[in-house]
Design a protein around this ligand. Structure first.
Ligand code: SF4
Length: 364
């Protein structure tokens, strides 16, 4: 078995990334086969349960209130709406529902209680439940775990150095702290990043150093290709080359051998052949549904046709870990503490973020 290492260096990862393509693919596919069934791919559905109006300044995100984008915002969905969407996702072959809310961090109160009920509802449908709600405290992570949450997503986005070029409203260490809080529970960690934001290849390797040195390594790592949305600071970024995506997926597979590597945003820009090479190189998870939060995604039928062509089967829920128990709200031993944690707000200046903010003012 290829060993899990927590001491990868940037130089070692760069050496892997730059290998001749055929060698890289062979090595990644070999690692993949040792740890995973190469003919199974997990299908997840991403649901935006609260869209837009976010206070953060992530340079890639159309949901940041400060940028002028054309997305339609919505308040927190109802439990019934979420249940209906989850049932539809299950019928379409998804084994996991990931609920995303455009929040800086979770606040104890009615809305969080509603999200906890959504987690209970989906877990009872025998689907894996994942949430991505921003920063969470240890107590909030424990409450999510108690409700039956399977995974919590919190991306590192890029290397620690390049993170400062993209986001000024919170620090890289806050990301690590949230992951740490989730690790104090049985909830698995989903954490990855985005390529194509103008970062160097060294930054891509730096992100993989940060992810691989986490102990344990994340159970799931999404690799997103930036979808440049008009009105965001990164609107002029060129689409990621398929070969860059393949190299990134293959390198991630080698460095994170047991992790589910997820082909996430940017799949609409990839051919089926390109995606097939990514699966060969170790990607074993995709998001289904025609929208990924607010950006386009291939529709389910197209994906199922691709699976048929490639002889791939959707992964069954709870293949990697047993289903968590749900504790009902009335039986909970945990209180809503109403903590006010001090997450950082570095507030450094990012010129292109400032410019996008100005452009919004001119539009309004
Ligand atoms: S990525 Fe999340 S935290 Fe950042 S602006 Fe978008 S919704 Fe807010």
């Amino acid at each position: 078995m290829s060993k899990i290492r927590h001491n990868w260096t940037t130089e070692e990862i760069l050496d892997i990334y730059h290998k001749p393509m055929m060698e890289l693919l062979y090595e990644a596919a070999s690692v993949h086969r040792l740890h995973h069934d190469p003919n199974t791919v997990q299908v997840s559905t991403l649901l935006s349960i609260k869209t837009g109006g976010c206070s953060e300044d992530c340079g890639y995100c159309p949901q940041a209130a400060r940028y002028h984008t054309n997305i339609e915002g919505n308040d927190l969905m109802t439990i019934q709406q979420v249940k209906a969407q989850a049932l539809r996702a299950k019928a379409g072959g998804s084994s996991r529902v990931c609920m995303g809310a455009a929040w800086r961090n979770v606040k104890d109160g009615e809305e969080f209680d509603q999200v906890l009920e959504m987690v209970r509802t989906i877990n009872k449908l025998d689907m894996e439940v994942c949430c991505t709600l921003g920063m969470v405290t240890e107590n909030q992570a424990k409450r999510l775990a108690e409700a039956g949450l399977y995974a919590y997503n919190h991306n590192l986005d890029s290397s620690e150095e390049y993170y400062k070029e993209v986001i000024s409203t919170r620090g890289f260490e806050d990301r690590l702290q949230t992951i740490n809080n989730v690790r104090k529970t049985n909830v698995t960690v989903c954490s990855g990043g985005i390529i194509g934001m103008g970062e160097s290849i060294k930054d891509r390797a730096g992100m993989l150093v940060a992810l691989s040195t986490l102990n344990p390594q994340p159970e799931s790592t999404p690799i997103n290709a930036l979808v440049a949305v008009e009105g965001t600071p990164l609107e002029d970024q060129q689409p990621v080359e398929i070969w860059d995506m393949i190299r990134m997926v293959a390198t991630t597979r080698i460095v994170l051998p047991e992790t589910q590597v997820r082909l996430s945003a940017g799949r609409t820009q990839m051919s089926r052949e390109g995606q097939a090479i990514c699966f060969f190189a170790g990607a074993n998870s995709i998001f289904a549904g025609d929208k990924l939060l607010t950006t386009p995604n291939p529709d389910v039928d197209q994906d199922m046709k691709m699976f048929e062509t490639l002889g791939l089967t959707p992964q069954k829920p709870f293949t990697k870990k047993v289903q968590p128990q749900t504790v009902e709200a009335a039986d909970s031993k945990l209180e809503a503490l109403g903590e006010k944690p001090k997450w950082t707000r570095p507030g450094h200046k990012i010129e292109r973020n400032e410019l996008a903010k100005q452009n919004r003012k001119t539009h309004n």
